[in-house]
Write a protein that binds this ligand. Sequence first.
Ligand SMILES: *Cc1c(COP(=O)(O)O)cnc(C)c1O
Ligand code: SF4
Length: 345
Amino acid sequence: MSALKTVRGLVEAGLVKEESGLDAVAEKYAISITPAVLALIDPNDPNDPIARQYVPAPEELVTTAEERADPIGDLTHSPVEGIVHRYPDRVLLKAVHVCPVYCRFCFRREMVGPQGLGTLTAGELDAAIAYIAAHEEIWEVILTGGDPLVLSPRRLHVIMEKLAGIAHVKVVRFHTRVPVVEPERIDAEMVEALTASGKTTYLAVHANHPRELTALARTGFDLLIAGGVVLISQSVLLAGVNDDAETLAALMRGFVENRIRPYYLHHPDLAPGTGHFRVSIEDGQRLVTALRGRISGLCQPTYVLDIPGGHGKADIGAAALVGSDGCFTVRDWQGGEHAYPPVGD
Ligand SMILES: *Cc1c(COP(=O)(O)O)cnc(C)c1O
Ligand code: SF4
């Protein structure tokens, strides 16, 4: 079985009733639903949180005034093709702009997919590696895209061997949805390729709903961990998918139970046609504050906003603490407010 990539295929699979308006969506934004994702969708639930992430919706044709094609400003910090260098000590290496699935809320939706920026040529890849080699301040290389794990182990191996030769790079990090949406790709050969640089290797697993952490995904996580890869999580706060404390708590606990340390919970970016996924920052802050008391400290993600225009990420969960002149108000996990330093008692 292969991935569903057309509106017709979605209709035949019973995921959408009619082609109503979706052809226009499909023309703008790529569709792909893998067999593993399809198996997770309950077609009888009109509000299925898995379907909502991957099945196109007519709302995607609505672009609001604040939305932009490059919501986090990747293009403003790209010195050579495939590299984004925003922070001194780390770069993104985007070797490929293809993904196993196309998430409807994707912050890079204008760059990924068949109409997207494609895959680096051998020459472009060499230039990107040369850039990393020439900048001794680069301590970490983050492979993202697209999804770097759509590349074959053989091609990943080639990239890792090139990084192996750069002494100042100490850490290699992958950001990927593959272990969740195409778990069969994680085998011994893939793990060998991912770790072939000999560097300390991290892998951020992108999942947004606890149901995505299946037994098959777990098999892949276990292989990665056994191969020496450190797993961290990455999720996006999404209306109708995970914007309630119970679901978020189950997701974060699911990560920890799978030996994945919660890392980032992203506030949704201002990507075109994603307004129906957006949650207010106030609601996001209430949710992460509620998590504090509800679940173990091991399960706490950092709530971050990628500031539009390429200004980098900011921790926006910290508003549990507001104040000035040395006097603060701290909000506890049940919403109670307390002065710090305490007054009167
Ligand atoms: C998100 C991002 C990183 C990684 O940031 P961390 O806070 O280290 O996870 C690096 N470079 C760019 C351009 C990014 O957008
Ligand atoms: S896998 Fe990542 S880059 Fe690809 S469509 Fe989903 S969110 Fe976007």
